[in-house]
Design a protein around this ligand. Structure first.
Ligand SMILES: NC(=O)c1ccc[n+]([C@@H]2O[C@H](COP(=O)([O-])OP(=O)(O)OC[C@H]3O[C@@H](n4cnc5c(N)ncnc54)[C@H](O)[C@@H]3O)[C@@H](O)[C@H]2O)c1
Length: 379
């Protein structure tokens, strides 16, 4: 297995600095690269803050903290910085154009055996690898935010990625204290493919006045033990991020994945959730969130869960990952109380199938049950 001692992280933003910290903490040398000195400086400030926190919480001694900081160097010259790297992890803006430009520089300047990983959340690994010399070394390494706390890394093989590169990255991910889960290159990978349609369904249900967002959030988080209700979670993730990720699914799989009208409107108006002070809820002191009128009647949580469970079965139909890996990814990457297959067992496959068939009758083909769910329920 290829040894990884020198790592270059490109993009010193939220994810790049978190990734750099976790890798430096595990003992590798890290070079943090961005396009301007001020950006690498602010990335390093975040890393130093994490080290200080680590020291004050007794996770490391001040001497260990100093040693950790010394493992970092910074650069604004990617062509030079990547020359000697064993692994490069790209965490720049989520734009195919920008990522292609970065991978072009890596292709020209890094060693031919350097593993080239991307932290993209939504873009195709196969497309990013196009035009790169030796594309078998290009792979997805999808961390979750906040990087130091979230255990999951989705390790995504593109069409050309070699099994050796995947295995090396799986082992390295374990060495840095994470839980890697391998999946095929498919829009949304595992976690976003499950989570985003669930948020979107909650929005559609609320638009149709089947329940208020407060009711749906309270039922999801309070009764069913999801870490947060879908509206609060969407506000937290950032409505622009959720919107663009849904758009990726829509472009790949068609109109059933169209972002909900309420999400689209909020994004168009610049209300992006907690970071702008207003999203589905209001976070400014002067403006209270108007609690929507309570809607009478029972809201069945399957209204938002069943379409998500259906996505999990579609992932099986499409051969993207195994049931266990999908369950673990949902728990580790989205903090679901249990994975979709365990949830299907809890509700009963027959009940989930029946609920989806009713939805299909009421709302159309977007709710057609997947073949493997039908098979399981009829067994
Ligand atoms: N934010 C999340 O929760 C999250 C989670 C998982 C994956 N991601 C993915 O991680 C990547 C980075 O996201 P982020 O939230 O850290 O973004 P960010 O905006 O905080 O940071 C991006 C950084 O990349 C730098 N950059 C842009 N072009 C560059 C180039 N050509 N060379 C070097 N540096 C360049 C920018 O200056 C910026 O500092 C995206 O692909 C995103 O989809 C984000």
């Amino acid at each position: 297995m290829q040894k990884i001692n020198k790592v270059v992280v490109i993009g010193a933003g939220l994810m790049g600095s978190g990734i750099g910290y976790v890798i430096g903490n595990a003992g590798a040398e890290v070079t943090l690269v961005d396009i301007k000195e001020e950006y690498v400086k602010s990335g390093m400030s975040r890393i130093k803050y994490d080290v200080k926190e680590g020291i004050s919480r007794g996770k490391m001694s001040p001497a260990e903290g100093m040693k950790l900081i010394k493992r970092f160097s910074t650069s604004i010259d990617l062509a030079d910085a990547c020359k000697d790297a064993d692994l490069v992890i790209e965490a720049v803006f989520e734009s195919m154009e920008v990522k292609k430009q970065v991978f072009g520089t890596l292709s020209e300047n890094a060693r031919e055996d350097t593993i080239l990983a991307t932290n993209t959340s939504t873009l195709s690994i196969t497309a990013i690898a196009e035009g790169v010399k030796n594309p078998g070394r290009v792979i997805g390494m999808h961390f979750f935010s906040p990087v130091s706390a979230m255990k999951l890394i989705e390790v995504i093989s593109g069409k050309e990625t070699t099994p050796e590169v995947r295995d090396t990255l799986m082992e390295f991910s374990t060495e840095i204290g994470k839980t890697p889960i391998a999946a095929k290159d498919s829009p949304g990978f595992l976690v976003n493919r499950l989570l985003l349609p669930m948020l979107n369904e909650a929005m559609r249900a609320s638009e149709a006045k089947e329940a208020t967002m407060e009711q749906i959030d309270a039922l999801s988080a309070g009764v069913h033990k999801f870490p947060a209700g879908p509206f609060l979670l969407a506000d937290n993730v950032g409505l622009d991020v959720a919107f663009h990720a849904m758009k990726t699914l829509e472009n790949a799989f068609g109109e059933c994945y169209k972002p909900a009208a309420s999400l689209t409107k909020l994004v168009e108006d610049g209300n992006l959730g907690m970071k702008t002070g207003k999203g589905f809820y209001s976070y400014s002191k002067d403006e209270e969130t108007k609690v929507e009128e309570k809607i009478d009647g029972e809201f069945n949580i399957l209204r938002i869960l069943a379409p998500m469970l259906n996505e999990a079965f579609k992932l099986i139909d499409e051969g993207v990952a195994t049931e266990d890996d999908i369950d673990n990814a949902a728990m580790l990457g989205a903090r679901f109380p249990m994975g979709p297959f365990a949830l299907t067992n809890k509700f009963g496959a027959k009940a989930v199938l029946k609920y989806l068939m009713d939805l299909e009758e009421r709302l159309g083909k977007c709710y057609t049950p997947s073949p493997s769910l039908v098979k399981l329920a009829n067994n």
